[in-house]
Design a protein around this ligand. Sequence first.
Ligand code: ADP
Ligand code: MG
Length: 339
Amino acid sequence: MPDIIQLLPDHLANQIAAGEVVQRPASAVKELLENAIDAGATEIQLILKDAGKELIQVVDNGSGMSPADARMSFERHATSKIRQIDDLFAIRTMGFRGEALASIAAVAQVDLKTRRHEEELGTHLVIEASEVLKQEPAACPPGTSFSIKNLFYNVPARRKFLKSNTSEYKHIIDEFTRVAMAYPQIAFRFFHNNTEQFHLSAGNQKTRIVELLGNKSEKNLVPVDEDTELLKIHGYIGKPESATRTRGNQFFFINNRFIRNAYLNHAVATAFDGLIDKEAFPFYVLFLELDPQRVDVNVHPTKQEVKFDDDRMLYAYLQSAVKHALARFNIAPSLDFTL
Ligand code: ADP
Ligand code: MG
């Protein structure tokens, strides 16, 4: 009997891995925006056609890449962000797995233009299904422009699973909101089918929240600001009357990374005990800053789940920070409410 085990060719391994990182246009949007941020951009443009199904383009004025790095960036596990395992626990960048571009390039047509500020000429690279079709010097502005065309064009089964444009667009808005919320010092513009959707100037946290979530939130925002040796918590919570029936307006960021965490949601919810209905959800945008040593961000490819070394401590701090903030604004449960 012959042996039957074979190594998968790279492009196939990349296509399979892509399933974890790129589920839909919104995932590609998230990865490209995060790369632009990691590259130190101060201005980022997001340009979409057909809810990202036809085109996702991200243009930044960040560091740009050398010709060799531009080519290398599409290799699997290729990253400039970590060098050794310990770096994972000192992570200050959004990316580190070196998987996003390899995954995206395996399931789309990619056009990259990039130039480092100190160089006169940049690089133009065209890749389809992991195959480099073109790499040549090109005149382009400093920074980087990635265009992702026809996502999943070569994986019809996945393309078929994409939802309606309305639904895919909503996912993109969610990702854009989370990224833009965490970086108010970066200016963002966002175009969909040639219409501008967002034009966010660099500004402060409060303005950014209001611009992203609508004017209605401004008068309801109560600042949270706690600074301890272990942990900093800042951001805004909504006054009890702005609580909603759905969970939509709840945002946690750990070291500027949007995360989902039911345990931390609970900590905030209990701080609102007696102030809002049991069925209602308080509004909040909270940024927790702690030593990267205490957080494991490498739990899931999309990095929306993280592990803490001491989540009870975090729970207690968070709950008391929210209670303090409410008390400072004289928002306290009335006695007869609890009777
Ligand atoms: P990761 O972000 O995890 O390192 P990616 O696949 O997203 O992996 O990107 C690979 C590498 O390509 C990055 O580490 C970075 O060096 C480079 N890169 C990607 N996007 C940009 C960009 N917009 N500007 C400059 N360099 C970039
Ligand atoms: Mg990345």
